[in-house]
Design a protein around this ligand. Structure first.
Ligand SMILES: O=C(O)C1=C[C@@H](OP(=O)(O)O)[C@@H](O)[C@H](O)C1
Ligand SMILES: C=C(OP(=O)(O)O)C(=O)O
Length: 438
């Protein structure tokens, strides 16, 4: 949770003068956009990606794939509607350089792609990317036949020495620190000579909906995937080697990025509608319907989208967030404003996210007068009257949006480096002001 001294800008978080009433169009899902880019790049024919998220994480993914020779062109989509990317796969080439920024999806999903390139691919990124776990992907790729130079440290920076193909086969990994290790190996699995069988061994696997998203999207492009849910062994996924189809895919809104807007309805006792909320989805943000309802709101999925209404009361919650860890900062912010304590569990792995999120949330909420303690796997939050002050964000987009939620209810909160929301939601300050009618 090191502070980046370059970021001293303070954004006065708007205080809500009354219940919000707004419709907020939330941009596309980071997780869907970056999976779709990888799958389209590995396909045997061109594909379309409509309403892709354009944020730091997805632009880094697109730039990295382009660096390996993939065509990603701006377009309007085959039916003439909406912004789109046309992805034109090609032989994957090295030498190339990949900047992962601090994107988990880029640093984990691309080394298996690089192993298929015909030359060296160098990976580097933000200082924090050196600390985030990558050993599961590196070790697995070596077992599957890749040569990687990582100075034997199991982290970035590193070079993957692709030779144009990878054997693949069976591998055991401990993915308890990140579900993205499993997703990474499965996404490129159809292009390995023998496909891939991934067996997770170790502590509980977080973020299962994100693994389901990987499996669903692989099946959509024609891959054959066997999973624990489809009658296979627990913790084992198998992807058969085979060509992938080029598809025309429309990206769903990012439901985790819808969180601060739904929270605004909850915190101010207002109503926020998010258009295009999918009826069925693997996105973990869909769990907000249930979690924020338990915390005092109510919601309805109508033809206008998800309409979420706060009751004016906010209740504490005792909840296991292991499946939906990325929702923790926003839930913690709402919990700090509730009428009873909360316990958030199952999220020890958040200590290795964009920042140590458990430490950062504890420190920043407490500095505004709160009473938060870290547990082995989460947070205890006892609401107290909060006061204004600086809310530090540690280059973490979800810390910035968590601070903005608190600022709705607490005058004088200033968010340091709100620009860090560009990782997944560059429009955040404007969308927030628009929601508040400013
Ligand atoms: O695969 C994905 O798109 C993601 C998986 C999760 O990662 P972890 O399993 O590392 O928590 C999640 O937190 C992250 O925001 C996105
Ligand atoms: C953990 C997150 O991101 P990443 O994809 O970098 O892991 C997140 O967006 O909350």
């Amino acid at each position: 949770m090191t502070e980046n001294p370059a970021h001293t800008d303070l954004w006065p978080a708007p205080h809500a003068s009354g219940p919000v009433s707004a419709t907020v169009h939330v941009p596309g899902s980071k997780s869907v956009t970056n999976r779709a880019l990888v799958l389209a790049a590995l396909a045997a024919e061109p594909g379309w990606l409509r309403r892709p998220l354009r944020s730091r994480d997805t632009l880094l993914m697109a730039a990295a794939l382009r660096a390996m020779g993939v065509g990603i062109e701006e377009g309007v989509g085959p039916d003439g509607s909406g912004e789109a990317w046309r992805v034109i796969p090609s032989g994957l080439h090295g030498p190339a350089t990949v900047d992962v920024g601090n994107a988990g999806t880029v640093m984990r999903f691309l080394p298996p792609v690089a192993a298929l390139a015909d030359g060296p691919v160098r990976f580097d990124g933000d200082p924090r990317s050196y600390e985030r776990p990558l050993n599961g992907v590196i070790d697995a790729l070596r077992v599957l036949g890749a040569r990687i130079d990582d100075d034997s440290r199991g982290s970035l920076p590193m070079t993957v020495h692709g030779v144009g193909a990878l054997d693949g086969g069976r591998v055991e990994i401990d993915a308890s620190s990140s579900s993205q290790f499993v997703s990474a190996l499965l996404l490129s699995g159809p292009r390995f000579n023998q496909g891939v069988e991934v067996r997770h061994v170790g502590g509980p696997l977080p973020s299962m909906p994100h693994i389901r998203m990987t499996v669903d999207m692989l099946r959509t492009v024609g891959a054959q995937v066997d999973t624990p849910e489809s009658g296979g062994e627990p913790n084992v996924w198998r992807v058969t080697s085979g060509a992938l189809l080029g598809r025309d895919l429309t990206v769903e809104p990012d439901l985790s990025n819808a969180q601060p807007f739904l929270a605004a309805a909850l915190v101010t006792g207002g109503t926020v509608t998010v258009p295009d909320w999918p009826e069925h989805t693997t996105q973990p943000g869909d769990r907000l319907r249930e979690i924020f309802t338990e915390m005092g709101g109510s919601c309805e999925l109508t033809e206008k989208g998800l309409e979420f209404t706060g009751s004016g009361s906010i209740h504490g919650i005792d909840v296991d967030l292991s499946e939906v860890g990325e929702l923790t900062p926003g839930i913690a912010a709402v919990a700090a404003l509730a009428d009873s304590p909360s316990t958030l569990r199952g999220v020890a792995h958040l200590r290795l996210h964009e920042t140590d999120r458990l430490a950062a949330l504890t420190k920043e909420i407490n500095e505004l007068g709160g009473d938060v303690t870290e547990t082995a796997d989460g947070l205890h939050i006892r609401p107290r009257p909060l006061h204004g002050g600086t809310f530090h964000t540690y280059d973490d987009h979800r810390m910035a949006t968590a601070g903005a939620i608190i600022g709705l209810a607490v005058p004088g909160v200033e968010i340091e480096n709100v620009g860090t929301t560009a990782k997944t939601l560059p429009d955040f300050p404007d969308l927030w002001a628009g929601m508040l009618g400013n």
